[in-house]
Design a protein around this ligand. Structure first.
Ligand code: URP
Ligand code: ZN
Ligand code: ZN
Ligand code: ZN
Length: 461
């Protein structure tokens, strides 16, 4: 054996398993109460909580957006990921306008392969529904890109019309893919942005006024309706859901037999709109915006009940300078690149604010951070499950370690965090990716380029 984990308490969606775990060639090979195997490396995990390595299904490394490119490339971004117990990211290929999707896939592979520390899969953002892009979809699915993101907002940049969404959803579904949707009504948002700017209301908080909850719920209803017209074979999920009502829309379709789901992100669970009123509010601009505490409560409830299917980070990092567009003053809210960091803090935020406070069970936390995401993105059972033959990917949490979050304890390529000063109990202290320790004692030791591309196939939801 290459590795033996002794006295591991491994949390799974079905409950904790107290066991020894043997690993060979990167796979879990034996699990038993007490293993007598010889192994080159033995790690005693007494007192720790072991989770299947997180599958962060929502990251934007090297993402060209709003006139800039995100500050975390695949090296820095996956360095942050593994430090947080994330062993697989699923990143969004973002093809330039007019480009072939397959060419963009090749570009993303060549950007990522030499740099990644975690393993990774890829989603495809589709910004045009031309005959050429539609024709490429089956080939992409064959290359392991089985999930697609369609935008109902960011007019002029990524937004699609309802007709385009219909056409793409049809093509993706006919070929066995999954449709992810950014659900906000971009047409009305643009009207509101114009109104606020004309009144001189330009501070970051007006970002939230121009993207009210109703526009997320309306877009969710609309895209679910479009999907339902195409029948129950459609697999669709709303990315980065910020409202309980959007969850309720998808849940009501699910009760009728549709495979419709929601993802949320940690920042909607713990931050509210006041973040945008801070002196550094520009750093917090992302879409959808943070909501009220009442909405946070609704999201926690739906996460705890299993109605929210996955939690991804929407890791989309800009330096403070990028957020200010390299000016001394903060630009109008509509010019601030949208997105916030998050892959490294999924586990401590969910554990401290969710599990420790009794809002979600550890089993639910495992389901939404690895098991469900691996299934939805077609990475299961290689990823997202603690089973014989699956990749030996683990996050090892010290449930009693209290950490004050500051930029110094994190690994992104920026010098701030949206959780600065927040104290949490429960921190990832070791990450094992395919049987190799890639993070321990605060240090990322996995080498650049040691991560692998994991092609998706056959979403099992
Ligand atoms: O503000 C966000 N969410 N930025 C990243 C792009 C997206 O919409 O996911
Ligand atoms: Zn989005
Ligand atoms: Zn409920
Ligand atoms: Zn995103």
């Amino acid at each position: 054996m290459d590795l033996l984990l002794r006295n591991a308490k491994v949390f799974t969606p079905a409950g904790p398993v107290e066991c020894d775990v043997a690993v060979k060639d990167g796979k879990v090979t034996k699990v038993a109460g007490d293993l007598q195997e010889q192994a080159s490396k033995v790690i005693d995990l007494t007192g720790k909580y072991v989770f299947p390595g997180l599958v962060d299904g929502h990251t934007h490394m090297e993402f060209p957006f709003m006139g800039t490119v995100t500050a975390d490339d695949f090296f820095h971004g996956t360095r942050a990921a593994v430090a947080g117990g994330v062993t697989t990211i699923v990143d969004f290929i973002t093809p330039p306008k007019g480009s072939s999707l397959l060419e963009a896939y090749k570009t993303w592979r060549s950007n990522a392969d030499p740099k990644v520390i975690s393993d990774y899969g890829l989603h495809m953002i589709v910004r045009e529904a031309t005959p050429a892009t539609l024709e490429e979809i089956p080939t992409l699915i064959g290359q392991g890109v089985v999930s697609f993101k369609l935008f109902m907002a960011y007019k002029g940049e990524l937004m699609l019309t309802d007709g385009e969404i219909y056409r793409l959803t049809k093509k993706i579904s006919e070929n066995g893919g999954v449709v992810g949707v950014h659900a906000e009504n971009g047409e009305v948002i643009d009207e509101l942005v114009g109104e606020y700017l004309r009144q001189g209301k330009v501070e970051p908080v007006y970002h939230s006024y121009t993207r009210p909850e109703e526009l997320e719920v309306e877009a969710t209803n609309r895209v679910a309706t479009i999907g339902s017209v195409l029948g129950k074979g459609v697999k669709m999920y709303i990315v980065h859901t910020s409202t309980g009502e959007s969850v309720d829309v998808m849940s009501s379709y699910r009760r009728k037999g549709y495979k419709f789901f929601n993802e949320t992100t940690p920042h909607y669970l713990v931050l509210n709109v006041d973040a945008l009123r801070r002196p550094d509010g520009h750093r917090f601009v992302c879409s959808p915006p943070y909501r009220s505490d009442e909405q946070r409560t609704k999201l926690w409830h739906r996460l705890g009940s299993g109605e929210i299917f996955t939690v991804g980070s929407d890791h989309c990092v800009y330096s403070d300078q990028q957020k200010r567009r390299f000016k001394d003053t903060v630009p109008p809210f509509n010019e601030i690149p949208n997105g916030v960091p998050g892959t490294e803090t999924i586990l401590p935020i969910l554990f401290h604010f969710g599990v420790r406070k009794g809002l979600i069970s550890p089993e639910t936390m495992v389901a939404v951070t690895s098991y469900n995401s691996a299934r939805l993105y077609g990475l299961f059972p290689r990823k997202g499950t603690f089973s014989i033959g699956s990749d030996a990917d683990f996050a090892v949490l010290d449930p009693n370690l209290t950490v004050k979050i500051t930029p110094d304890v994190l690994h992104s390529n920026i010098d701030y965090t949206i959780y600065d000063g927040v104290t949490v109990t429960g921190w990832n202290v070791m990450t094992i990716r395919r049987g190799e320790v890639v993070f321990q004692e605060g240090q990322v030791i996995g080498s650049k380029g040691s991560g692998s591309y994991v092609p998706g196939s056959n979403p099992t939801v």
